[in-house]
Design a protein around this ligand. Structure first.
Ligand SMILES: N[C@@H](CCC(=O)N[C@@H](CS)C(=O)NCC(=O)O)C(=O)O
Length: 212
C-alpha cells in the first residue's frame, strides 16, 4: 500500500499534484495529512521527509519526496500510462511540466493556492506575464491535441496534474482569460470529479479550522 503525506487540501498546491495522479490512475493509497505552518507540522514532518516538506510518497521502505519525482515513480507503477504514449508528445508534456515545476514564481507567490473561497489580489507585472504564459501554453496544447481528448495532451497525464493548482488559483483570484480555449481547459480541471473531491475536503478543513 502506498502512503501519501500531504499538507492542507485548501493550501497545499504541491500535494494536490501527486494526489491527482494517484486518483486518476486508480492507485490505492492512504493519506497522512499534516497542517502546514503549525508546530504539529514541524514536529511530525521530520518523521517522514528529509526536506521537511510535503508531498512525500512512502512505498514500503522507500520514501520519495518532491511532487514531480513522485509523479514519475507513479508513472512507472502504471507502466508509463501517466505520460503520453508517443515520444514527441511525451517530450512536450515533460517540457510544460518542468516549466510549471521550476517557473511561474511571481504567480505562485502572489496568488498562493486556496482551494475554496475567492479574493481580489493585484499581481505585479511579472505575475501578469506568468498568467499570460500559462494561458498561451494551455491554448496551444489544447488546440493541438483537442481531437485526442479533453486534457492538455488529449488523455489525462501528469501535465494536467501539474497545472491543476493553477486552475484553482485562477478561480480563487478571478483571473481574466484572453482565450476561450484556455478558459474551457481551466473549467475542465476544476470540474474534474477528483478535483471536486479535493475541494470538498478543503471546505471541510476550513469549516473545522484544520491547521488554524
Ligand atoms: N518542490 C517541492 C515543493 C514542496 C513544498 O514547497 N511544499 C510545501 C507545501 S505546498 C511545504 O511543505 N511547506 C512546508 C514548509 O516549508 O515548512 C515539490 O514539488 O514537492
Amino acid at each position: 500500500m502506498l502512503t501519501l503525506v500531504i499538507g492542507n487540501k485548501n493550501l497545499s498546491s504541491w500535494s494536490l499534484r501527486p494526489w491527482l495522479v494517484l486518483k486518476h490512475f486508480d492507485l490505492a493509497f492512504e493519506e497522512v495529512k499534516l497542517p502546514l505552518d503549525t508546530p504539529e507540522f514541524h514536529r511530525d514532518i521530520v518523521k517522514y521527509s528529509p526536506t521537511r516538506r510535503v508531498p512525500l510518497l512512502i512505498d514500503g521502505e522507500l520514501k520519495i519526496w518532491d511532487s514531480l519525482a513522485i509523479a514519475e515513480y507513479l508513472n512507472e507503477k502504471v507502466q508509463g500510462r501517466a505520460w503520453p504514449a508517443d515520444a514527441a508528445t511525451r517530450a512536450l508534456a515533460r517540457a510544460v511540466s518542468a516549466e510549471m515545476h521550476s517557473g511561474f514564481a511571481a504567480l505562485r507567490t502572489n496568488w498562493s493556492m486556496k482551494a475554496v473561497g475567492t479574493a481580489t489580489v493585484p499581481l505585479p507585472a511579472q505575475g501578469v506575464a506568468d498568467v499570460v504564459r500559462v494561458q498561451e501554453l494551455w491554448h496551444d496544447c489544447r488546440s493541438q491535441f483537442a481531437q485526442r481528448g479533453p486534457w492538455l495532451f488529449g488523455e489525462y497525464s501528469i501535465a494536467d496534474a501539474m497545472y491543476a493548482p493553477v486552475a484553482l488559483r485562477f478561480r480563487h483570484y478571478g483571473a481574466t482569460f484572453s482565450s476561450p480555449i484556455a478558459q474551457a481547459y481551466q473549467q475542465q480541471l476544476v470540474q474534474d470529479p477528483h478535483m471536486q473531491e479535493w475541494i470538498a475536503e478543503a471546505q471541510v478543513e476550513v469549516n473545522t479550522h484544520f491547521g488554524t
